[in-house]
Ligand binder design. Structure first.
Ligand code: NDP
Length: 330
């Protein structure tokens, strides 16, 4: 048994209370792998869990953290041995299973991916679920045949975690990236990640009653949903694809069938959570090789468990840019 520090969320009459407490590895759930966590990260979903918002965590008190990277200290699975470096993202980690905001996690072996050569725990957690999802979005539009010569690719919610990594990945692959952002002061940041141009979120949010608009974007990666997604679909060029993964603006969007039947466009769903492990391994391998973002440090803010509560409030209010890395080691 080992004692360790964990971020702790309790429900109260007023909402939720956050603290950092001492727990024991005996408190952790069953699982083949006990992992000493070096880094986790902050995703929008972690903030939803930490704020007690519906749809993520049912049972409190709870330790959130849907991402973790670290070293195996105990394994009862023949595929892993003590000392293996692993990445665990998604499935139930940090939802109703004690997550990466604790210095230890215990998880089933089929949730873990061995750290690919070319990536370390810190880099993997700067990428985290948000960056992994950005890579999945790129992979999805590539599967539909997307290539840089098709024309501009719009990324919505561009300064966010998914958005920042999407901008960097697309730029690395040679795409002309149009970043849509509500933060006018972040133009230089987005260009430093590789955006060719930046457009205002407000322009893309305007309601347009027409079923289609001028053909503007070859493809898109949408992290926000709502009217913005409706407008992206209306503005896709012939045979364009938009990968959709988020709902920060709204889970709803409106369209007619016309862009699909007249412009041959594709709306592609992206889920990183329940994705089969083999596909997760493939995408992590790409993130360590051809999709490894160049600009990781430019998009990273590092916090410890003590600084988490403040940044959780900020991400819920849309105030965080890039990725927040959570350092677990003492
Ligand atoms: P962040 O909070 O880091 O980024 C979201 C960005 O959206 C903000 O930075 C902001 O960017 C923009 N934004 C904020 N509020 C609004 C608003 N009201 N209307 C329009 N845009 C807004 O979140 P993540 O990048 O971590 O996640 C983005 C979305 O993707 C979330 O909905 C998350 O749940 C989802 N997600 C889904 C996954 C999946 O597997 N499908 C996995 C990971 C995330 P800016 O100011 O630049 O416009």
């Amino acid at each position: 048994m080992t004692n360790f520090k964990a971020f702790w969320v309790e429900k109260t009459d007023d909402g939720v209370a956050h603290s950092v407490i001492e727990r024991s590895t005996d408190d952790l759930p069953e699982g083949e792998l006990l992992v000493k966590v070096a880094y986790s990260s902050l995703n929008y979903k972690d903030a939803m869990s930490a704020k007690g918002l519906p749809g993520v965590t049912r049972n409190y008190p709870h330790t959130p953290g849907i991402d973790a990277a670290g070293v195996i200290v105990e394994s009862t699975d023949s595929g892993f041995t003590e000392g293996d470096e692993v990445i665990v993202i998604g499935y139930d980690l940090g939802m109703n299973t004690a997550g990466g905001y604790g210095q230890y996690i215990r998880v089933p072996a089929n949730w873990a991916v061995k750290m690919p050569a070319g990536l370390d725990a810190r880099e993997a957690m700067i990428i985290g679920t948000a960056g992994f999802t950005a890579a999945l979005c790129v992979d999805k539009i590539e599967q539909m045949g997307a290539q840089p010569s098709d024309g501009p690719v719009v990324v919505t919610g561009a300064t966010g975690g998914v958005g920042s990594v999407a901008v960097a990945l697309l730029a690395k692959l040679g795409y002309d990236v149009v970043a849509s952002s509500g933060k006018a002061e972040k133009d230089d940041y987005l260009k430093s990640l590789g955006a060719g141009s930046v457009i205002s979120r407000a322009d893309l949010s305007e309601e347009n009653k027409r079923p289609m608009a001028a053909e503007t974007w070859a493809h898109g990666i949408d992290t926000v949903g709502g009217e913005i997604l409706s407008n992206v679909i209306k503005g896709l060029k012939y045979s364009g694809s938009v990968a959709i993964c988020g709902l920060v603006a709204s889970p709803a969007f409106s369209t007619t069938v016309l862009p699909f039947i007249l412009r041959n466009v594709n709306v592609l769903g992206v889920d990183s959570v329940e994705l089969p492990l083999a596909k997760k391994q493939e995408i992590w391998h790409r993130l360590a090789t051809d999709l490894k973002p160049d600009a990781l440090d430019k998009m990273t803010t590092e916090v410890t468990l003590d600084g988490l509560s403040e940044v959780i409030d900020s991400i819920i209010q849309g105030g965080v840019s890039g990725r927040t890395l959570v350092k677990l080691d003492d």
